[in-house]
Design a protein around this ligand. Sequence first.
Ligand code: TYM
Length: 329
Amino acid sequence: METVVSGIRSTGNLHLGNYFGALKNFIKMQHENNCFFFIADYHSLTTHPTPGNLHGSVKQVLAEYLACGLDPEVATLFLQSDVPEVAELYLLLNMNAYIGELERTTSFKDKIRNQPDNVNAGLLTYPVLMAADIIIHNASKVPVGKDQEQNLEMARKFARRFNNMYKVKYFTEPQPYNFGEALIKIPGLDGTGKMGKSEGNGIYLFDEPKIIQKKVMRAVTDSGPTKKNQKMPDPIQNLFTLMNIVSENETSEFFKEKYNNCEIRYGDLKKQLAEDIINFTTPIRENILEILSNDDYLRKVAKMGAEKARASASKTVKEVREIIGFKPF
Ligand code: TYM
């Protein structure tokens, strides 16, 4: 049985990218592995949420995890901030993380572009906290989307560096995981890049059907193909990528054929895509609403998860302290 760790920041509701890039894989893995899934609420502080927003988002994301099918009796489901041991390991790993390598990460460069007025040290050391999250449970697999590949590479580097520095074989080097397939990137509706919380181009699991319809109908397209079988430009390819994940095979084949024959009407494609997304999200949305109204249940889940996660984390931190040389007199 392998140990699996993954997390999602609590900076906003979960979108289709989070679900298909990461959460769906967690859920598939929970029965065969020792799984730790958490809400990265320490990480979310890099964007300076108000206390009310912080608490509200954490509650929402916890309900969303559960609504998607994470079983808290099977997997360890917890809040990052309920495990202060992770903050201690983060401090210890920070001593061996170099400014130059942290400045060079793409996620840091992206983040400072997104929030130029708030380039805090937490953004710089974001990959160190992420490494601590993972190696504190000695995870070997980390189900994530393509955008986290470099952060995982950093986590392996920090694990390896610790082992070399103290001449131990203590930490496992965690691998990104997607069932033997390449990591995926779900595109946004604005014709470029990935679906993201800060990009404002996402469809959220909690969006009402009307909102989904509006967002999809507004998605960027072009004036249509002019030559048979021509290569699709990115915005059109993106719509098909979304269709591939939520629609029946025959549906996307049907529209692909229309595209290849220059007979496509983007309005029809979007209408179908919106309908299929709504069919996918509606039962999840109903589950979220039901779970959100049950504070007792959420409290019980968080408490149970915190206890299990702390047991695993405190064992690691105790051993790491000894390896480093912090010993009782
Ligand atoms: P976050 O909250 O940005 O995203 C959570 C997960 O969703 C995936 N994801 C995507 N996958 C495919 N296509 C997309 N458009 C897309 N958008 C998001 C991400 O790859 C991720 O797996 N740093 C992490 C949270 C974190 C973490 C960890 C993850 C903190 N500690 C330890 C794994 C292990 C983050 O900000 O993810």
